[in-house]
Design a protein around this ligand. Structure first.
Ligand code: CTP
Length: 415
């Protein structure tokens, strides 16, 4: 694996308190040489071996050492760091750190930032051979290995700093860099730009009242995460859903159907795939009062007018083009699911539609699971079920076949 896969990648190096901490200095330098942007977090014990100043000089950024320090927390604290990063490398991972990571503890700068981090973690253990072979340590290693998100590199065997011989040496710095790079191997959607709408829209009738629906944006965000994981550059045009994880992809916040249409139409020409998961309000009040309407004077009849159909307009805009994005819709239905969905697929000129019986238990708004039927323009019909994340991956695998052979120029930009 080429170390150049690290170009531009955002990597945290979490340094544990072992004698091998000095080798983490070289690791930070080598990751930087390979093009990664590196930030460092240190445990209390690590500071006994190497000073934060050394890592600050090597990484070019302040080092997170104390999550109780208001100055550090105010300026890129443990949560900001976790949100920023794409990969977390823990080197050296001491026996104590392994135990705390496995237990889900958060009692220093490394474990708190790691707890808040959702991406892949590369652990490079280093400790005395007896500590490595200890049953507790091996249990912790086995438990973490069982989770796909945690990868190990090393430890190597040989003469240890304490004079003992055996397993426990920190892997060579070069091997850690290569292992880190391999976690960024180009995925099947590398070079592709995927645009996704997600969440509800709000159509205000006065400054404090609106028409909306209970969509939480979970399915769209699961697709965003899955597409990102498959190497795509991702833009999510997101209705109001409150606080959600938004690292690793661009988020364009919108409120109304009109905002959503504007932001989508400004981008749809440039992308390889447009997936409309948003629960767009089909209607809006005909007028919007500038001031809060008093109930004494409130109208008893609300006149509604249609909002733009974001997906249909996007489809109209790109139809007939030689290179147009793959268009994927969602159909939330409560009856005659497949029939209505196939009709929408044809009406809106789509390549695929994901039909969802929102009245079925374990499907629809706000839940973490979904069961869907995906219909494609060439007549295939596929059932998918599982967590929204699993369903997202299956949908993306299916629509890969429809992608134009050459990626869009915008997909090749920074993701
Ligand atoms: N959609 C959209 N803009 C709208 C309405 C729907 O982009 N104003 C998109 C949704 O994101 C979804 C698809 O169109 O991908 C189908 O949405 P759905 O609400 O199921 O269908 P409608 O087009 O609203 O049709 P109907 O009201 O007949 O069910």
């Amino acid at each position: 694996m080429e170390a150049s896969a690290l170009q531009g990648r955002r990597v945290i190096v979490g340094v544990g308190g072992g004698i091998a901490a000095y080798k983490a200095c070289e690791l930070v330098r080598e990751l930087g040489r390979a093009g990664a942007q590196v930030r460092v977090a240190m445990t209390e014990a690590a500071k006994q071996f190497v000073t934060p100043l050394t890592f600050q000089a090597l990484s070019g950024h302040p080092v997170l050492t104390d999550y109780f320090d208001p100055a550090q927390e105010g300026n890129f604290g443990h949560l900001d760091l976790a949100r920023w990063a794409e990969l977390y490398v823990v080197a050296p991972t001491t026996a104590d750190l392994l135990a705390r990571i496995r237990a889900g503890m958060g009692n220093d700068a490394v474990t708190t930032s790691l707890l808040a981090f959702r991406g892949p973690v590369l652990l490079a253990p280093a400790m005395n051979v007896a500590m490595w072979e200890n049953e507790r340590t091996q249990e912790n290693v086995a438990a973490l290995r069982a989770e796909p998100r945690f990868q190990f590199v090393g430890p190597g065997a040989g003469m240890l700093a304490c004079g003992d011989v055996g397993a426990g040496r920190l892997a060579e710095v070069g091997a850690i860099v290569v292992a880190a790079a391999s976690l960024f191997a180009p995925g099947p959607l590398a070079g592709r730009h995927v645009l996704i709408t997600a969440g509800p829209t709000r159509e205000y009738l006065d400054p404090v009242r609106f028409i909306s629906n209970p969509s939480t944006g979970k399915m769209g965000l699961a697709l965003a995460e899955a597409a990102r994981g498959m190497g795509a550059k991702v833009t999510v045009v997101l209705g109001p859903v409150g606080t959600v994880e938004r690292s690793g992809y661009e988020v364009v916040d919108v409120v109304s159907a009109e905002d959503m249409a504007r932001e989508v139409l400004a981008r749809v020409d440039e992308v390889d795939c447009f997936i409309a998961t948003a629960a767009v309000s089909d209607w809006k009040p005909e007028t919007r009062a500038a001031q809060k309407v008093k109930k004494s004077e409130g109208p008893e009849t609300l006149t509604l007018v249609r909002t733009p159909d974001v997906l249909a307009e996007a489809s109209k805009r790109v139809s007939g083009r030689e290179k147009r994005p793959v268009l994927v819709g969602f159909a939330a239905e409560t009856q005659r699911v497949v029939e209505y969905a196939r009709d929408k697929l044809e009406r809106k000129g789509l390549d695929a539609i994901v039909a969802n019986d929102v009245s079925a238990p374990g499907a629809g708004f706000g839940v973490d699971t979904n069961q869907v039927t995906v219909l494609t323009r060439d007549g295939t019909q596929r059932e998918m079920s599982g967590t929204k994340r699993e369903v997202a991956r299956s949908i993306l695998n299916l629509i890969q076949d429809f992608l134009p052979r050459t990626p869009s120029p915008s997909g090749r930009g920074p993701g």
